[in-house]
Design a protein around this ligand. Structure first.
Ligand code: ZN
Length: 389
């Protein structure tokens, strides 16, 4: 069956104007002005009127705790699994799962099963192998083989450095892990990235830069995240990008309760003002992870939970409140994460790409979602929900 979307105002993420989009099964097969259907007997075509709507690529969230995370305040503070509807309401059609602080009672096999479940329910999912701490958790015995043998594994992450919850990894064990991920990525033709959780500590970027200087590993194999957790990291990240690095800003953050300047949207403005190119940046939500509130003595004062809805909300705020250009900021949750993850079949509205689309009102409210060519939400109403929702 074909779907023809008429008169969509398309941000691909670059603005390309009003066009029609023709979809066959899960793929975009034509984009043009006023596409005509040859004859009603040709085949059944669903026609969707998108006039007055902005249509953008489905959002890609490269850091979600699909099976929950946390637990830093005892067992009752382990955060819950995410449900399909949370992704749909947030416009997310591709999500990458990881394990958090607790890799004792959270397992990669559970994460893989959850990712497969969400895929059966209608969105695309991937995972990182590995864990916050060393020794690294894996499925097959090492992270290289996980990347090569398990389709859903794109790289290693989140591995924590400069954090009181990390295993204080040595440069040696970190280097070996990154080398394994590199070879895994090469042999499986995948990203093989190492997604690095940057903690509050001041030595984070120094640790990575030392590692890169003393090996043949490329700086772009690493994707450090939570860069906007404090001003020190945010400032340091400018030099890291000047050395060809790429960085990720977290949209769920408790830091920005105390300091709104650390919200992902405002941090983005700060980075762009300081010459950081948009191509070096991504947003991710840290959805369903815990957001521990720690006092000056390292004592846990309270716990929040990350939400995937912040991913697009921060884009919206950057545009509506901080007056950044929509097409520019949109890249952080579409084409840029697609490139970082080497998911080259998505992240853009182009012929041949996956039909993952989000329809927005002029005020940038999410109204409809198409994932893999299927409507999952229409005019604000969920058409599909998770199996137990
Ligand atoms: Zn983290």
């Amino acid at each position: 069956m074909l779907k023809l979307i008429k008169k969509a105002n398309i941000y691909s993420p670059d603005y390309i104007g009003e066009r029609d989009i023709l979809i066959a099964k899960d793929t975009i097969i034509n984009i043009a002005s006023n596409i005509q259907i040859p004859d009603p007997s040709f085949c059944k075509v669903d026609i969707i009127d998108a006039s007055g709507k902005i249509v953008v690529p489905g959002f890609i969230d490269l850091h979600v705790h699909l099976i929950g995370g946390g637990g830093e305040g005892g067992f009752k503070t382990r955060t819950p699994e995410i449900q399909l509807s949370s992704f749909l309401k947030a416009g997310i059609t591709t999500a990458v799962g990881c394990i958090g602080t607790d890799s004792t009672s959270r397992h990669l096999t559970t994460l893989l099963a959850k990712a497969r479940g969400l895929e059966e329910e209608g969105i695309s999912t991937y995972i990182y192998t590995g864990s916050y701490q060393f020794p690294l958790q894996t499925i097959t015995g090492n992270c290289r083989d996980d990347i090569i043998l398990i389709e859903k594994v794109l790289g290693v992450g989140e591995v924590a450095i400069a954090d009181h919850r990390s295993s204080q990894p040595s440069a040696e064990e970190f280097r070996k892990m990154a080398a394994y991920a590199r070879v895994g990525g090469l042999l499986a033709n995948k990203a093989g990235i190492v997604h690095v959780h940057m903690g509050e500590g001041l030595e984070g970027f120094g640790f990575l830069l030392d590692l890169i200087e003393n090996t043949e590993l490329s700086i772009t194999q690493f994707l450090p995240t939570h860069i906007n957790r404090n001003k020190h990291l945010l400032k340091e990240s400018i030099e890291y990008v000047q050395r060809n690095g790429v960085i990720d800003l977290t949209t769920s953050s408790v830091s920005n309760i105390d300091d709104p300047d650390l919200s992902a949207g405002r941090s983005l403005g700060f980075l762009l003002d300081n010459g950081v190119p948009i191509s070096a940046l991504t947003f991710s939500s840290d959805g369903n992870g815990s957001l521990p509130i720690v006092d000056d003595n390292g004592k846990i004062e309270g716990l929040g939970i990350g939400s995937v809805s912040t991913l697009f909300n921060e884009v919206k705020k950057a545009v509506l409140e901080n007056e950044l250009e929509f097409a520019t900021v949109l890249k952080l949750i579409t084409s840029n994460p697609a490139e970082r993850l080497r998911l080259l079949d998505r992240g853009r509205i182009e012929v041949g790409k996956r039909a993952d689309l989000v329809f927005l009102s002029k005020k940038l409210d999410i109204s409809s979602i198409i994932s893999g060519g299927k409507f999952m939400m229409e005019e604000g109403k969920l058409i599909h929900k998770g199996t137990f929702e």
